[in-house]
Design a protein around this ligand. Structure first.
Ligand code: FES
Length: 106
């Protein structure tokens, strides 16, 4: 299990437990975290699950696929640690991960 902290653009934190194997988009939806829509159901096709991974967690969050990279090219507020959180899978290694939500998604 990974404890995940989602921080919105107003600095409000949502700390939730996400089961191993569940992606962070689903973890947000299951716990009513606002600002993550997940319109495509986690198939890396909509970019409504954009987050900024805190830099110290960026490497552990895993590699960015070509498809994810293409979608990220179209998001507002693109940053070096931008990710689509449906592509980040919870695991014990990610216990404590912190992601921030872009203002444009609120
Ligand atoms: Fe659609 Fe992540 S939920 S790209």
């Amino acid at each position: 299990m990974a404890q995940v902290t989602y921080i919105d653009s107003d600095d409000k934190s949502y700390v939730v437990d996400v089961d191993n194997g569940t992606n962070l988009m689903q973890g947000a939806l299951d716990n009513m975290v606002p600002g993550i829509l997940g319109d495509c159901g986690g198939f890396c096709a909509c970019a409504t699950c954009h987050v900024f991974v805190e830099p110290e967690w960026a490497e552990k969050a895993g590699a960015v696929s070509e498809t994810e990279e293409d979608l990220l090219d179209g998001v507002e507020e693109l940053k070096p640690t931008s990710r689509l959180c449906c592509q980040i899978i919870a695991s014990d290694e990610l216990d404590g991960i912190v992601v921030r939500l872009p203002e444009s998604q609120l």
